[in-house]
Write a protein that binds this ligand. Structure first.
Ligand SMILES: Cc1ncc(COP(=O)(O)O)c(C=O)c1O
Length: 466
């Protein structure tokens, strides 16, 4: 891959306003949802009533795409759905029946906001595989790690506070930050993950501008969407920089057990338990639909998290936690993860060899050694968001890069997911994508930058207007 992942998006490349705001986040009062433009009919009679924070809530580009991309004739390299085909459904259905028969009145009852105690102990055993020593009291079970992200942001961010995040970053995290009116400053990665010098520079510049950074949000392993992993040698330095600047680290690690060679990396939390909040999930290693994740936090933070969780959901679903717990206790879950890894590895191989074979010269991409995603950079003059309707017409879908930035960068990037389709579909999808790219590059050579031409195709109307 070579150079930085988003040479166009590094903090140092934004000369005029290095600590810039995300679109629509200029100030609290300016953030109130605006009246529909003249000529457009307002279908929502409540428009004037919404809280200012709703201005940051827009459907992600990826969500908007799902409806079209899920048609069977389209090869979707867009979504990040785990491939659950290898799950032992017969065993699971027997276990679920046993839970109801043996312990139904507990399973179907409210529980504690903190989570089922035995599951919290099992979660500590899982985290020990990444070098984390944790006490079950400091684990809070959540409705997926997405809820953990939301709660951590709720606890720490006032409107206008800054969150530092890799550029690109996970769409769901950007959604939570926007919902709490936090402003994101992206820091570039290279093939070894977040670049420590750029992190330091971003922190210095943000502080100089008089703005408060609340935390660094990072996905160190098998990054979504970039597909890269933070080099082990960089981890201590990143922790030290954050400590120096008094900034908390939020480590999001849903893919950590999905290294294709069975490798795991030492969690950031393992060496700095007092300054790292760790987010974990069973979505990629077991079953995403059960919506069971967790947060491991320093003791004082944990107490606040339990209160926040209580006010959000009262408690995570007891039944689902018991399903996860029984599965961990009675099934060879490590063997199951190995099966998942082999499945994803086969798909990753299909994706990389198809990219090598079909993609036109001038494109580059990351080479993930775990997880679900490849991050592709296309030649100058091609705009991946503008190209998407034409790709869907050619029956292939991807996630355009701009969705992974809070600030409009990423127009020359796209995320390709290999987790779900079969290897044959992946190859076919990349072949179709390559043909679209070729013709786009042809047009760009003939007429100039594609982004400046009028684009015909599906638009995403705001939910408030038609
Ligand atoms: C980096 C990252 N964090 C968090 C999540 C949310 O996971 P969960 O299903 O546990 O809410 C995802 C889901 O794709 C993810 O990729």
């Amino acid at each position: 891959m070579g150079a930085r992942l988003h040479s166009m998006g590094s903090i140092s490349s934004r000369e005029s306003d290095p600590v810039h705001r995300a679109p629509g986040e200029s100030s609290m009062t300016e953030n109130r949802p605006s009246k529909p433009q003249s000529g457009r009919q307002n279908l929502d009679p409540h428009l004037e009533r919404y809280a200012a924070r709703t201005a940051g809530m827009t459907a992600s580009e990826i969500r908007a795409l799902f409806a079209v991309a899920s048609r069977p004739e389209v090869v979707s390299l867009a979504g990040g759905m785990p491939n659950l085909a290898a799950l032992p459904l017969d065993t699971l259905s027997a276990q679920v029946a046993e839970i109801i028969a043996e312990d139904g009145l507990v399973a179907l009852q409210y529980g504690s906001a903190h989570g089922v105690p035995v599951l919290r102990e099992q979660i500590c055993e899982i985290m020990a595989l990444e070098g984390i020593k944790a006490h079950p009291d400091d684990v809070v079970v959540t409705v997926g790690s997405q809820m953990g992200l939301d709660m951590v942001t709720r606890l720490f961010c006032d409107p206008g506070d800054v969150v530092i995040a890799e550029g690109p970053s996970y769409v769901g995290a950007l959604g939570s930050f926007a919902a709490y009116q936090a402003q994101v400053v992206h820091v570039a990665m290279d093939e070894n993950g977040l670049v420590p010098e750029l992190l330091r520079e971003a922190l210095v510049q943000t502080e100089k501008a008089g703005r408060r950074v609340k935390f660094l949000y990072t996905i160190p392993n098998f990054h979504n969407p970039a597909g890269v992993t933070l080099a082990v040698e960089r981890r201590a330095e990143i922790l030290e920089i954050c400590r120096e600047h008094g900034v908390l680290v939020v480590e999001d690690n849903p893919y950590g057990m999905l290294g294709f060679d069975g490798q795991t990396y030492p969690a950031l939390r393992s060496t700095d338990p007092e300054n790292v909040v760790y987010l974990g999930s069973f979505s990629k290693t077991f079953a995403s639909g059960l919506r069971v994740g967790w947060v491991l936090a320093p003791h004082a933070v944990r107490e606040k998290l339990v209160l926040a969780a209580e006010s959000a959901t009262l408690c995570p679903p007891t039944f689902n936690q018991m399903i996860v717990s029984r599965y961990l206790a009675t099934h060879d879950w490590k063997g199951q993860i190995k099966k998942f890894r082999e499945n994803y590895r086969e798909r990753r191989d299909a994706m990389l060899s198809a990219l090598d074979q079909y993609l036109p010269a001038g494109c580059s991409w990351t080479k993930p050694d775990g997880g679900f995603y490849v991050w592709v950079t296309v030649p100058e003059g091609v705009d991946t968001k503008a190209m998407l309707p034409r790709a869907v017409t050619a029956r292939v879908a991807y996630a355009s890069g701009t969705g992974f930035y809070a600030d409009g960068f990423g127009s020359r990037q796209m995320r390709l997911s290999y987790c779900y389709p079969t290897p044959e579909r992946i190859r076919e999808g990349v072949r179709r994508l390559a043909a679209v790219l070729e013709s786009e590059m042809d047009l760009a050579r003939t007429f100039g930058n594609v982004a400046t031409r009028q684009i015909q195709g599906p638009q995403n109307p705001s939910p408030d207007t038609v």
